[in-house]
Design a protein around this ligand. Structure first.
Ligand code: NAP
Length: 497
């Protein structure tokens, strides 16, 4: 008999975990999903232009190659189709409980199990049962293992700007797009200029009568060399699977060999910086606008925007880039130090509450320790996966496992393989928790590696918490992370038996 496993979240991470459990013949798992379907961030972010700036053949599971990608950089719908296909193909849906939020998880030391409390309809993830929500109800169930797969960018961040609620028109966050609002012929304000804004601004500019883009900090932008995979290319990928492997490997090695050093103060920093400046010069002929869009901090400190349509949209005559500080939102629009800019619709492309890992779930480990208390100075976890005093709790895409240069799906697969490697130990020797000494050593090595990284330089970003600690990113290379997570080291853990 396999362990009972509660997986929280049915995005890339949760689905990957469930698939590997299925492949290992363990079907005693439940996947809790607070939303109405699988897909995580790719279900939530439906703004026009939403897509991925990591190539599709790399931004997918290594064990589930897909020859149907229609573009080099996939759109949101295509990624969601892929994830839905995975859920169907591996028979995960009967294990998924949709509209079901994990409220708390408490480790019961006497039983050696987690008491997982959920709220929601408990509706099955089977497509035919989607039609109606069941009644909301609270439940408690016991599990041997809890795997959190809630992502880092799942809770929208709305800024605190005076007067926001006084605005009389529609306003919404990029990750909660209101599709009932027609932007045709309207004056639109977009606040923020990160990756989400860069993707949504071009289609919004095409639709709206006028667009004001409120930029607080310019981003470094490099081109996105998108391409269509026609029928011939797709046929090659389909009939010659080796071609897909080689292509994927090539993209991976390029990201690792050329982009990673740019973030680590290596040889390619100047090359990538030049590429960004050339891109800016080529796409923004107006020197005044170019000056506004030129960052004054090292490239890579904030997540680099990879997009070829963003700058041309900003250069349009019906688009203004506003850099004056926002003072307040009024019923009519956005007031800056320069005056009022009227708007019919305000779109907040203001990012996510990225450093508050696992909020709002209340997780209580041994001796009544609360995870959010343990993390009051910043979230941290051994390998980004395990936390002392929290036996049999594992994390996917946890603290310090985000990347600025390569595919997160790679990191998730490493983590899932590691957790799968833990299962025989915990079945044999009882609940396992990482030793505080192992965590301390991990923290020290992370701090040392972090010293070389550009994220520490003088910029604010979603990689850092309020105290300036980089809680989100992995400072090493991805081959190193793969090596470190190849298999659990029993000496790093304490076992109940
Ligand atoms: P983000 O990068 O955190 O950008 C938020 C933007 O809002 C920034 O420009 C920020 O300005 C601005 N902002 C926040 N609060 C503000 C305030 N009070 N007043 C004025 N401006 C304010 O968020 P995001 O664009 O949603 O992207 C988040 C991450 O999601 C990306 O970095 C990326 O990793 C991921 N993503 C990936 C893709 C992809 O293609 N793979 C696409 C979209 C998103 P400051 O810079 O001054 O803080």
């Amino acid at each position: 008999m396999g362990p009972t496993v509660a997986i929280i979240g049915a995005g890339f991470g949760g689905l990957c975990m469930a698939i590997q459990l299925e492949r290992a013949g363990i079907d005693s798992y439940t996947l809790f999903e607070k939303g109405g379907d699988v897909g995580g961030t790719w279900r939530d972010n439906t703004y026009p232009g939403a897509g991925c700036d990591i190539p599709s053949h790399l931004y997918s599971f290594s064990f589930e190659r897909y020859s149907s990608w229609t573009r080099r950089y996939p759109g949101q719908r295509e990624i969601l189709d892929y994830l839905e296909m995975c859920a169907d193909k591996y028979g995960l849906r009967s294990h998924i409980r949709l509209h079901t939020e994990v409220v708390s998880a408490v480790f019961d030391e006497t039983l050696g199990k987690w008491r997982v409390r959920t709220a929601g309809s408990g509706e099955s993830g089977k497509r035919e049962e989607h039609e109606e929500h069941g009644k909301d109800e609270e439940r408690e169930e016991l599990f041997d293992v809890v795997v959190s797969a809630v992502g880092q960018l799942n809770r929208p961040h709305l800024p605190e700007i005076a007067g926001m609620s006084s605005f009389t028109g529609p306003s919404f966050h990029s990750a909660r797009w209101d599709h009932s609002v027609d932007l045709t012929g309207r004056r639109v304000a977009v606040i923020g200029t990160g990756s989400s804004a860069a993707q949504l601004i071009p289609p919004v500019a095409e639709t709206a009568a006028h667009l004001d883009v409120f930029q607080r900090t310019p981003n470094w932008v490099i081109p996105k060399p998108d391409a269509v995979f026609g029928r011939a290319a797709r046929a090659v990928f389909h009939y010659l699977p080796l071609s897909q492997r080689i292509y994927r490997e090539w993209i991976y090695r390029y990201a690792e060999g050329a982009l990673y050093p740019a973030l680590a103060g290596g040889w390619s920093t100047a090359v990538v910086r030049k590429r960004a400046l050339d891109h800016l010069r080529a796409q923004i002929p107006d020197p005044a606008l170019r000056a506004k869009l030129t960052p004054d901090y090292p490239i890579g400190c904030k997540r680099i925007v990879i997009d070829s349509r963003f700058y041309p949209a900003l250069a349009r005559p019906d688009v203004d880039v506003v850099t004056e500080k926002i003072v307040r939102i009024t019923p009519e629009g956005v007031e800056t130090t320069d005056g009022l800019r009227e708007a019919d619709v305000i779109i907040y492309a203001t990012g996510f509450q990225s450093t508050e890992f696992l909020v709002p779930i209340e997780i209580t480990g041994r001796q009544g320790r609360r995870l959010h208390d343990e993390w009051k100075d910043g979230a941290e976890a051994y390998l980004g996966i395990a936390v002392p005093h929290f036996p049999n709790l594992f994390m996917l895409y946890g603290p310090n496992t985000n990347l600025g240069h390569n595919s997160i799906v790679f990191m998730i697969e490493c983590q899932v393989r590691y957790i799968m490697g833990c299962l025989p130990y915990l079945m044999d020797r009882g609940p396992m928790e990482v030793r505080p000494e192992a965590m301390d050593a991990w923290r020290r090595s992370l701090d040392r590696a972090m010293d070389h990284m550009v994220w520490q330089a003088g910029c604010a970003s979603w990689y850092k918490n309020a105290a300036g600690r980089v809680t989100n990113n992995w400072p090493g290379s991805t081959p190193l992370y793969r090596r470190l997570t190849r298999a659990p080291r029993p000496a790093a853990f304490r076992f109940a038996r």
